[in-house]
Write a protein that binds this ligand. Structure first.
Ligand code: TXA
Ligand code: MG
Length: 541
């Protein structure tokens, strides 16, 4: 088949795409998530061609794309209040809503189900094509079945040239992973596929939202898929991909030491890797990971990679979508090289970190207290004292012992002096803390935590496999510091203001507890800790 190449920068090409679709043809179109392979959703014969072109099993239903929320009512039995709220909050955008279908939706489109998936994309070209076609468009991702979804026009050309009527070039896709799929056809709304609209955003609008087990775990044999797409092998590059569940430093060490595969890493890891590497975004920015993941998976194929070790993404926010796709690319292979977790525990002063530390201890975790380590005489050995005295003057020693008050006066006199103090003490504190953790491991602990107020600022998260941030509203933190530390209100406020921003903490947290009045810390941490404990028992869930 001759495949026409169109571009959304050419006047007339959108109309041309619309005309092909109206005639029952297939056109690949850009959306803000991934490219879609579109056909008239109301024409069963046209839709059949999609399955043929993609090699897609015919019981896997398609998403129907509309250009305006007002086009939803004729496609479904009724529009419940929850759907109205979701549409108002997230359409146009990367959210697909499943509802009982109307008779206008042919069996081919719904894969034989009595429900239909609908979304209103935000990409102006996608909406212009829907308008030009004058019908809703059924569009799965524009890849061959089982291949990574296409996020660049080049990917689409690779998979579909010669198989469809036209390809419409609209540049790179923004979000990079497919839309969030939520069904409203269950008693409680249920997340079937995570995407650009996050679980917490959905919960903010709807209240309770369940997560289908297939989002995070391999489906057991004989289990029925809530979303037929989830039972198929998905998003697999030709390379064998293994997710390495380890601290950033350990990930790099492990991959270097294996030396038998590529690294599918974060940008921050690249300089330290001695094997060929492809980065999929920044460790601290899940949106950048979503944007880059499929392109990186394509890159593995293009380079003919046989084995790749992937760095573990955070599962929070858009990260859940990244993990959901990556775990499938990895055929659920996860290894934790040392068979343990080191959990970094941090948060701004007065947020309630020590309460969290106590919850961890009560659950049998070994908690290393970094503040205590900072004051330990074992850090301030002979060579350390000699360096401090050279840097800050012999007065910081009295009878060969450290005069802490004098050191503090001198070291906190300027930014420069403070930095110098850090240069001398920090490597030693790190060494000492590592020793404490190693001793814990030697005693058989598999659940270790590092309680450190400046964990992130000091870069100690590089030795942690997960980060738990305890935050609290500013007023509550202020009240706690005033009660606890006997400061003047001005001094307390100054201390609060010297702390990193909530965004900084959030970007580095695997789990974030908001410790307001009445928060039950034990209950708040339970789901997160249970997950970690289960992972240790069985890394490839
Ligand atoms: O971002 C996206 O959603 C992209 C762009 C092109 O819009 N489309 C996309 O479509 O990812 P597709 O076909 O690759 O994925 C649709 C998913 C499949 O897992 C399918 O099983 C599920 O949605 N699905 C569709 N209709 C359903 C229904 N009625 N009930 C349950 N799951 C459904
Ligand atoms: Mg797909």
């Amino acid at each position: 088949m001759e495949t026409l190449v169109l571009s959304d920068r050419c006047p007339g090409d959108i109309q041309a795409a619309g005309a092909i679709l109206r005639r029952g043809g297939l056109v690949a179109i850009p959306t803000e998530t991934v490219y879609g392979l579109a056909a008239n959703a109301l024409d069963g014969e046209a839709v059949k061609k999609i399955y043929r072109a993609k090699g897609r099993p015919s019981d896997n239903p398609l998403i129907v794309h509309i250009s305006d929320p007002a086009q939803l009512p004729p496609l479904v039995q009724e529009v419940p209040e929850s759907a109205k709220k979701l549409a108002a909050a997230f359409w146009p955008g990367p959210l697909t809503i499943i509802l009982p279908k109307s008779d206008r939706i042919p069996r081919e489109t719904s894969g034989g189900l009595d429900t239909v998936a609908v979304r209103c994309p935000s990409h102006p070209t996608a909406r212009a094509v829907i308008d030009a076609a004058e019908v809703p468009l059924a569009a799965p991702s524009a890849n061959l079945s089982g291949r990574p979804s296409p996020t660049t026009f080049h990917h689409v050309q690779e998979d579909l040239t010669g198989r469809v009527d036209a390809l419409l070039d609209g540049g790179d896709c923004d979000v990079g992973v497919e839309s969030t799929v939520l069904t409203l056809a269950t008693p409680v709304p249920r997340l079937l596929r995570p995407g650009g609209v996050t679980l917490s955003q959905l919960r903010n609008v709807l209240g309770e939202v369940e997560v289908d087990p297939a989002v995070l775990h391999r489906m057991k044999a004989g289990q029925r898929a809530a979303s037929p797409g989830m039972k198929y092998k998905h998003y697999s590059p030709k390379a064998e991909v293994v997710i390495v569940d380890a601290a950033p430093q350990e990930y790099v060490e492990y991959v270097n030491q294996r030396g038998d595969g590529w690294a599918l890493c974060f940008e921050e890891d690249a300089p330290f890797l001695q094997v060929p590497a492809l980065a999929y975004g920044s460790r601290y920015d899940s949106a950048s990971q979503a944007h880059r993941l499929f392109e990186a998976l394509h890159g593995l194929d293009e380079a003919g990679v046989v084995k790749a070790y992937a760095a573990m993404p955070r599962k929070r926010g858009v990260g859940l979508a990244v993990y959901n796709r990556l775990i499938r690319a990895a055929a659920f292979q996860v290894i934790n090289p040392k068979g343990r977790h080191i959990l970094g525990l941090t948060g701004p002063t007065g947020a309630g970190k020590s309460t969290a530390a106590q919850v961890l201890r009560d659950r049998g975790w070994l908690v290393v207290d970094c503040d205590q380590a900072t004051r330990s005489p074992l850090v301030y050995d002979g060579p350390c004292l000699a360096e401090l005295s050279t840097a800050f003057g012999p007065q910081v020693l009295r009878d060969g012992m450290l005069d802490r008050a004098e050191l503090a006066r001198r070291a906190f006199s300027s930014e420069e002096a403070r930095t110098r103090l850090g240069e001398i003490t920090f490597p030693r504190i790190l060494r000492y803390v590592r020793k404490l953790l190693e001793e814990g491991e030697a005693q058989g602990y598999r659940q270790l935590a590092l309680d450190a107020p400046t964990l992130l600022e000091a870069g100690l998260d590089s030795i942690c496999s997960r980060v738990l941030v305890v935050n609290a509203p500013k007023e509550d933190r202020l009240a706690r510091i005033l009660r606890r530390d006997g400061l003047t209100p001005e001094a307390a406020l100054r201390r609060l203001e010297a702390q990193p921003s909530p965004e900084f903490y959030a970007s580095r947290a695997d789990f974030l507890v908001e410790n307001g009045p009445g928060t039950d810390m034990k209950a708040a941490l339970a789901p997160f800790l249970e997950e970690l404990e289960q992972e240790l028992e069985n890394p490839s869930l």
